[in-house]
Design a protein around this ligand. Structure first.
Ligand code: NAP
Length: 258
């Protein structure tokens, strides 16, 4: 056991002990922070990225906190490959008991210039990818009163110029969340969404300096969010405190959408 790893015999320190969590988009940014936070809570984490080698570092760091973490590679938009992968994870790691759909992409462009391909790709990864994992994991999640947490975005609520594809995909994730919450409530599965605002990751590093400055000026808390602030909310929803919360969207945006 390392300094930061949970004491596995202490249920308060390791409330997810014996459980398996899947985190998509776990190679970096928000997904990596979520994977590490769930490992700190005692979960064995299946860390997923487009390629297994991209997720390996996160899996290695998770395994230090809770043994049994593994890296996997899949395109979340590929329905058959996701179904196969989820079977493999269930067989090798058990569960899953917690599913965090975090993988996501942007292909920003004003509507007049947006290509059909950029619209379809963003919808396929962000919305269909989320549906693919929920569908593939529903049976095991129903067995264990599981938790599904979908990472949407505040622009799925507010809309955003230049992000018609991305905002539509995230609004879709919110509708998917509420519908699945209603369907699975009878099996004690809680399904929620988190809608982050402007979080400091590779995704937001890509925004040009001028746009970043304007965005920052519109955030009442006057700063970008940190990945750990999203991971903490996932931990809350995945842990014992989240057992009576379902179908909700938790907005974490420093007041951006006010
Ligand atoms: P990021 O740093 O760009 O990381 C994206 C992650 O998704 C990577 O692990 C990437 O894997 C994975 N991914 C992308 N396409 C994939 C695919 N087709 N199949 C499997 N994995 C795929 O993003 P982030 O900023 O951490 O964002 C994480 C989530 O939060 C996204 O859903 C994003 O929309 C949402 N969000 C972010 C912000 C923000 O300000 N950053 C705000 C609101 C919402 P590879 O390393 O293999 O490419």
């Amino acid at each position: 056991m390392t300094e930061n790893s949970p004491d596995p015999s202490n249920a308060e320190q390791a409330p997810l002990r014996g459980k398996t969590a899947i985190v998509t988009g776990a190679s970096r940014g928000i997904g990596q922070a979520i994977a590490l936070e769930l490992a700190k809570m005692g979960a064995k984490v299946a860390c997923i990225a487009t390629r297994v080698e991209n997720a390996q570092e996160t899996a290695d760091r998770c395994a230090v906190l809770t043994p049994g973490a593994q890296a996997f590679g899949v395109n979340v938009a590929d329905t058959a490959a996701v179904a196969d992968l989820c079977k493999t994870i269930s067989k090798e790691m058990g569960g899953p008991d917690v599913l965090v759909n975090n993988a996501g992409i942007t292909r920003d462009q004003i509507l007049m210039r947006m290509s059909e391909e950029d619209f379809d790709t963003v919808l396929d990864v962000n919305l269909k990818g989320t549906w693919n994992f929920i569908k593939a994991c529903t049976r095991p999640l129903m067995k264990g009163a599981g938790r599904i947490i979908n990472i949407a975005s505040v622009v799925g609520i507010t809309g955003n110029a230049g992000q018609a594809n991305y905002a539509a995909s995230k609004a879709g994730v919110l509708g998917l969340t509420r519908s699945v919450a209603k369907e699975l409530a009878g099996r004690s599965v809680c399904v929620n969404a988190i809608a982050p605002g402007f979080i400091d990751t590779d995704m937001t590093q890509a925004i040009d300096e001028g746009a970043r400055k304007t965005l920052l000026e519109s955030i009442p808390l006057d700063r970008m969010g940190a990945v750990d602030e999203i991971a903490a909310a996932v931990a809350f929803l995945a842990g014992p405190a989240g057992g009576y919360i379902t179908g909700q969207t938790l907005v974490i945006d420093g007041g951006l959408s006010l």
